[in-house]
Design a protein around this ligand. Structure first.
Ligand code: MOS
Length: 743
């Protein structure tokens, strides 16, 4: 066992020397062709050759809150092709909370509209879906809390978040009251849904008391525990596989109800079962992002120095769930200010549970806070970039820790130059092209960096090829290719000579994909395993590992050049590597940073916004693959356009129904909504963050980007809407009456 605990600066490594020259290169994902040719099996596509297989379909609740008084399964059981009907207390009420071992069960209650209450297994999908309609569920409905406006005053403090509910320093109230200039506004953001292309889906197969599940999951190590817990078997009896995943975005951090229902259905039907959630069930029976109400107060000196910074957040969740959207996560360290208060309160509603959706916290917290920074700058008569420069801290303003690396201002400077920020219309509503009002906006990006414990096995076989094995997932981010590049660079092999096997709990336990920690954590475990393999090679050659250069499958030491095949002499070298976060995690504030620049055109007569240009400059430590890192940023930028303009999960406040529960009604940007995107990655090296000197980038570009869009809307037409999304009706309502005069 080779373990590296990240206790100190990693110093110079083989990745810096880059003898093989593949680390960071914009390589295509090698599994891409498999995916487009249908040769990369997603969860539902396993066991295609199984002779006898059952198809599951979930029956969901038709009320928002109450007790289940009876389930009449007779008609469903008598329907053609039906093999089994399973109902009762073991049914999962929604997804499991990320990393919690517990799977939440129904226990005879309806907690939210669309909650699973039973599952049908039949000989075909159509037969199962038909029978699902024949199940008669009777209820005793009770009053549900479906309206945030009515419960927002009842917020409680939760200690089950991913950050402390409260972070305070100095005397915020006093400093704010005494500040020369005070800014105080409240912003609201709606619920969001991850809307991954691949729905939650599982195939379950029993072999005696052993259970194998193929499911679409981000974090296999906690997901397998959730499945075992939900089914009621020891975790050692369960194997979970998730080799290819069609997007997760937080919605698959915990198992969906499908995994346990497929397993229970398979047991009842006596054959393997495949079960996919229908699209409306993906929206109503998994998890969603919390609505938020955010009060931002910024007290400054006349010159614009922040003396008091307040970000007070109300988020929502359902009974039994302590997770709160950590919307203040970046407000803790992003800007200077001696007196600070960041608080989170949780208001309870009887709607589908809330959980992590891409960039939990920053994604909506920075919509509000980066609008507030723009507004406060304007009140002070300062350029928004200048205002940020004035309040750039030289250490963490909350706890005085040093930053491990931080290029926020460098991102703003580079972006301003490339975008032509000096061309920004000086006065809102002052630049017009026919009926379109033109505006520029900017906002910061930041995403807290995390590295998680993770293990991988690397072996070098007699033919000179290497294999990487870990239970890590690739949710579409490029993990397969990135791990291949790391192993190839470390071992001095062409990338084509490295195989990567992922997504199976029989492999060494990994961090899984989430929180932008995947590449850095799993990649570091591959680094550690490779170091150990190199140590063995050096031993065989009788040299120090440090003096060993590896390139193109050969070891070069003391003027000798020997092919791996020769050194291995028919044997395979296999090493397990584990990375663990250590002292650098406690001693340094670690985050990735960026700056967004956006140009919009707002229609003077309809209020419609078109995004014309979007540039993100980001710095996230060493970039492991320039193409996949850039693609992650494109995804964040596109999502940000949606959060700014259209994205909103609408709750029917009478019933708790999530109204727009499909991709026709839940408006994510389509091609016509997205201009040519530009992403620039600044070179950076963070030796405290990981052995790779990299930081997370997956969720960075989403953080703040929607605020750059809405700040641009203000610059275009002078309308501030503080209630997301900024749909045309809201923008039009604020449009100055004399807008025609400007024409
Ligand atoms: Mo991410 S929302 O942690 O998958």
């Amino acid at each position: 066992m080779n373990t590296h605990v990240m206790d100190k600066n990693i110093g110079e490594t083989r990745l810096d020397r880059a003898t093989q020259g593949v680390i960071g290169k914009p390589l295509d994902r090698f599994e891409g062709p498999l995916k487009v040719c249908g040769r990369a099996p997603y969860a539902y596509e396993h066991l295609l050759d199984e002779k006898e297989i059952g198809y599951g379909f979930v029956v969901t609740a038709g009320i928002g809150k109450g007790k289940i008084t009876g389930i009449d399964e007779r008609a469903a059981k008598a329907a053609p092709g039906v093999l089994a009907v399973v109902s009762g207390d073991k049914i999962l009420r929604s997804s499991a909370q990320p990393m919690s071992p517990a799977a939440q069960t129904v226990d005879g209650e309806v907690f939210h509209y669309g909650q699973p209450v039973a599952v049908i297994v039949a000989t075909s999908f159509e037969a199962a879906r038909h029978a699902a309609k024949l199940v008669k569920v009777s209820y005793q409905p009770t009053d549900g809390r479906f309206d945030l406006d009515k419960v927002k005053g009842e917020g409680r403090k939760s200690d089950q978040g991913v950050m402390p509910a409260d972070t305070e320093r100095g005397d915020f109230e006093k400093a704010f009251a005494e500040a020369d200039v005070q800014f105080d506004q409240t912003y609201t953001t709606p619920s969001h849904h991850s809307s991954a292309m691949e729905p939650q889906a599982s195939v379950a197969k029993w072999d005696g008391d052993k259970l194998t599940v193929w499911s679409s999951c981000q974090l296999l190590e906690s997901n397998v525990k959730q499945i075992a817990n939900g089914v009621g078997v020891p975790v050692e009896k369960v194997r979970l596989l998730s080799p290819y995943i069609g997007g997760g975005f937080g919605n698959k951090l915990g198992i969906g109800p499908d995994a346990v229902l497929a397993a229970l259905g398979a047991r009842a039907a006596g054959r393997p079962v495949k079960l996919a959630l229908a699209r409306p069930q993906v929206y109503q029976a998994t998890s969603r992002r919390s609505e938020t109400i955010q009060r931002v107060r910024i007290g400054t000196t006349k010159a614009g120095k922040i003396v008091a910074l307040g970000h007070e957040i109300i988020a929502t969740n359902s009974p039994g769930n302590g997770f709160f959207e950590p919307a203040g996560v970046s407000s803790v360290f992003l800007y200077a200010g001696e007196n600070r208060r960041i608080t989170h309160r949780l208001a309870e509603t009887d709607i589908l549970m809330t959980s992590a959706v891409r960039a939990p916290g920053e994604a909506v917290g920075m919509l509000a806070f980066e609008n507030a920074m723009d507004e406060a700058a304007e009140n002070l008569g300062l350029d928004p970039i200048e205002f940020r420069r004035l309040n750039e801290p030289d250490k963490d303003p909350q706890d005085d820790k040093p930053f491990s690396s931080r290029k926020l201002m460098a991102c703003f400077e580079e972006g301003a130059k490339r975008f032509g920020w000096d061309q920004r219309p000086k006065k809102p509503g002052s630049t017009r092209n026919g009926e379109w009002l033109i505006g520029y906006g900017t906002a910061a990006a930041s995403r807290k960096n995390q590295m998680m414990k993770s293990s991988a096995e690397v072996s070098l076989s007699p033919d000179g090829r290497a294999t990487v094995k870990t239970s890590m997932t690739d949710i579409g981010t490029g993990t397969y290719t990135i791990l291949q590049q790391i192993a190839a660079e470390m071992l001095g092999l062409p990338v084509a000579d490295v195989d990567v096997i992922l997504g199976d709990t029989d492999l060494p336990p990994s961090s899984g994909s989430g929180g932008s920690w995947g590449a850095n954590s799993a990649g570091s475990s591959v680094y550690v395993a490779c170091e150990a393999v190199i140590g063995k090679l050096a031993q065989r050659l009788g040299v120090e590992a440090d003096g060993l250069t590896l390139k193109d499958g050969q070891a070069i030491a003391s003027n000798r050049q020997i092919p791996f095949k020769e050194i291995l002499n028919g044997e395979t070298l296999t090493e397990l590597g584990t990375i663990e976060p250590g002292k650098t995690d406690e001693d340094y504030t670690q985050a990735s940073y960026g700056a967004h620049f956006c140009e919009v055109a707002v229609n003077a007569y309809t209020g419609e916004t078109r995004v014309k240009r979007l540039l993100t400059v980001a710095a996230a430590g060493r970039i492991l693959n320039e193409k996949t890192a850039t693609s992650q940023c494109y995804g964040g930028q596109i999502w940000g356009i949606g959060s700014a303009l259209t994205e909103e999960l609408v709750v029917d406040t009478r019933s708790g129904l999530l109204v727009n529960h499909d991709l026709a009604e839940y408006h994510v940007p389509v091609n016509a909504d997205v201009p040519k995107l530009e992403v620039v990655l600044l070179p950076e090296h963070d030796p405290y963050a990981s052995p790779l000197a990299g930081k997370g980038i997956g969720e960075l570009a989403l953080a703040g980007v929607g605020a750059a869009v809405t700040n641009a809307i203000y610059n275009a037409c002078g309308v501030r809407v503080r209630d997301y999304p900024m749909t045309l009706d809201k923008v039009l309502a604020g449009m100055p009456a004399d807008i025609d005069d400007a024409a």
